[in-house]
Ligand binder design. Structure first.
Ligand SMILES: NC(=O)c1ccc[n+]([C@@H]2O[C@H](COP(=O)([O-])OP(=O)(O)OC[C@H]3O[C@@H](n4cnc5c(N)ncnc54)[C@H](O)[C@@H]3O)[C@@H](O)[C@H]2O)c1
Length: 347
């Protein structure tokens, strides 16, 4: 690890950006320099309260933001001039317009799952392909659903157990902060195409994964629920499959027998454990639901869409700058700084 801290900015201080900012501030080898955004409401004002410098990402927004009382020290270019890496957490499609500019000013850039793989030509999940991102000028951290898919399937693959996987994804309707004006109620909306985009997206990280996903949007606002049928490469015991998940980073077991019977139980558990914003960075896999029958495994897990990509983003920062070349070492540093767990109720 270098002795000079990696200087980081976040452009787009929304659901993902604010969590990335907090996570970067906890890393021993990073310095958080500031955020860029274009709005002046409570979300950005909260950043000021938390002591973060807030820059105007569009020059024409400076006056409006200053007029709302935000002490704007400058524009995005002023922020970019001070950093090694920018994490672009702007809404889907906006980030794509920023890449050329980041390149022009010589700042490495990380995008989020709303952008296409083709934007950077590299899609990132730390445990699967950290090393291929080392030294690149840009990468894309894949979406929440895709991150969980890659984490769990590569855990089985690395144990020599994966042949092919078929998954059904029940997605949240919208994020809590915007549920006053978006989201569905009292229905389930299947995606009109099979495979849903998450399966092919996982293959942008691990091209030879044999995976098909089917997805639907449901009427709740927090977290996704996945259901998987996996054909194993050979008949295996339940304990072998559990051990494969145990050996992987960023998968934590939960149990019905502990009273964790639904998505809301885990959210309450995160509150009880004092997690910031109730965030769960791990894939929460029901240990006592997992079933193995010969060469087939069946399991279900929960994905905290607001948080799961945050540790991956932190690792992507180290990969691009090349300060840590070993993915497992970066994962260790990130997970220790955040306080990630393999089992939420083990002591
Ligand atoms: N919300 C999720 O569950 C989730 C999960 C994984 C990945 N992602 C991806 O993360 C990215 C960000 O999503 P989000 O949910 O955090 O969005 P969000 O709407 O919560 O936040 C986006 C932020 O960007 C700001 N912004 C808009 N235009 C801007 C511009 N031109 N310059 C700077 N800032 C601008 C907005 O004001 C807002 O604060 C997307 O690619 C999304 O697909 C989202």
């Amino acid at each position: 690890m270098t002795t000079t801290a990696i200087r980081v900015a976040v452009n787009g201080y929304g659901v993902i950006g604010k969590r990335v900012a907090d996570a970067v501030r906890l890393q021993p080898d990073m310095e958080f320099v500031g955020v860029g955004d274009i709005v002046s409401d409570y979300r950005v004002k909260a950043a000021v309260v938390l002591g973060l410098p807030v820059y105007a990402s569009l020059p024409e927004k400076v006056d409006e933001m200053k007029g709302a009382g935000i002490p704007v020290p400058g524009t995005l270019d002023d922020l970019l001039a001070q950093v090694d890496v920018v994490v672009d957490c702007t809404p889907k499609g906006v980030g794509a317009r920023n890449l050329d500019h980041y390149r022009a000013v010589g700042v490495k850039a990380i995008f989020q799952g709303g952008e296409k793989h083709s934007l950077t030509g590299h899609s990132f999940v730390a445990q699967a392909n950290y090393e291929t991102a080392v030294g690149r000028d840009a990468t894309r951290v894949v979406s929440c659903n895709t991150t969980s898919t890659v984490r769990t399937l590569t855990a089985l693959r690395d144990a020599g157990l994966l042949k092919k996987a078929r998954g059904v994804l029940v997605r949240r309707a919208t994020d809590p902060w915007e549920s006053d004006h978006s989201g569905i109620m009292n229905t389930v909306v299947p995606e009109p195409h099979i495979p849903s985009h998450q399966g092919p997206d996982a293959q942008t990280v691990v091209p030879d994964l044999d995976v098909v996903t089917i997805a639907a949007k449901a009427a709740h606002t927090q977290t996704h629920n996945h259901f998987w049928v996996v054909e194993l490469s050979r008949p295996a015991s339940r304990e072998e499959v559990l051990e494969a998940f145990r050996a992987a980073s960023r998968i934590a077991f939960i149990r019905m027998s502990d009273g964790i019977v639904a998505l809301n139980s885990t959210i309450e558990l995160m509150r009880d454990l004092g997690r910031p914003r109730d965030d769960m960075w791990e894939v929460a896999l029901w240990e006592d639901v997992l079933t193995v029958n010969g060469n087939e495994a069946y399991y279900t897990y929960q994905v905290c869409n607001e948080a799961i990509v945050v540790p991956e983003t932190v690792d992507a920062i180290r990969a691009l700058t090349g300060t840590v070349e070993d993915g497992q070492e970066s994962i260790r540093i990130t997970d220790e700084a955040l306080g990630m767990r393999h089992d939420f109720l083990a002591w």
